[in-house]
Write a protein that binds this ligand. Sequence first.
Ligand SMILES: C[S@@+](CC[C@H](N)C(=O)[O-])C[C@H]1O[C@@H](n2cnc3c(N)ncnc32)[C@H](O)[C@@H]1O
Length: 215
Amino acid sequence: MDTSSINIRYSDLAEQSCCLSCGGAINYAEPRTGECCVDLGSGRGTDVLRMAEAVGATGFAYGVDISDGMLETARNNAKKLGVANVSFVRSDLETIAIPGEIADLVISNCTINHAADKLKVWKEVHRILKSGGRFVVSDIYATEPVPEQYCTDPVAVSECWAGAVTRDEYMNTLSEAGFKDIQVLEESKPYPKGLIHVASFTIFGIKEKKCCCCG
Ligand SMILES: C[S@@+](CC[C@H](N)C(=O)[O-])C[C@H]1O[C@@H](n2cnc3c(N)ncnc32)[C@H](O)[C@@H]1O
């Protein structure tokens, strides 16, 4: 997908103090000492820095983002605070530039709705998680299918609404990517966004443990 509208929009917002989140993924994530954590669409890096502190020197936190402005702000924030166990990686979520089976925990807040191919993103989440690893993701879904003319409009998608899919489509994509037994940790009532109505939710899932003794 052409991510240039997203890069421009978020680079413009990188130095502003506006809230970019739609849920509280980090509040449910519970990063543990020594874990490797990844934040998809890490923005200014706030959640990555929180995870880096929680996992300590034996753990590591990656932020992944496509916006040059956001990456610069996040790296400056890490430097200012002297946080060493982090890396901010420039990458599209559809092909995450991180090795497979590296993460104990993947979080994301209000980002996956931007991706044109959400199945690709969720397959990437599955790929980078270790066996038994978990994700906690906050995102929005549309209460009705978004009309075609908006969902292919890159500017409307970058504004965090036109890329939203319905709740059913969201859940089907997760299952197709290999995640079962998704738990919904919080969910809002529908509210207007752009030209549609959306709702926000925070979901939790686990990459099934490989069975070493079967077959
Ligand atoms: C709404 S902001 C959320 C930022 C942060 N998670 C927060 O809660 O403050 C979405 C972020 O995702 C990034 N992003 C959007 N689409 C992306 C994509 N396809 N690949 C990588 N990053 C993307 C944007 O650059 C932006 O920093």
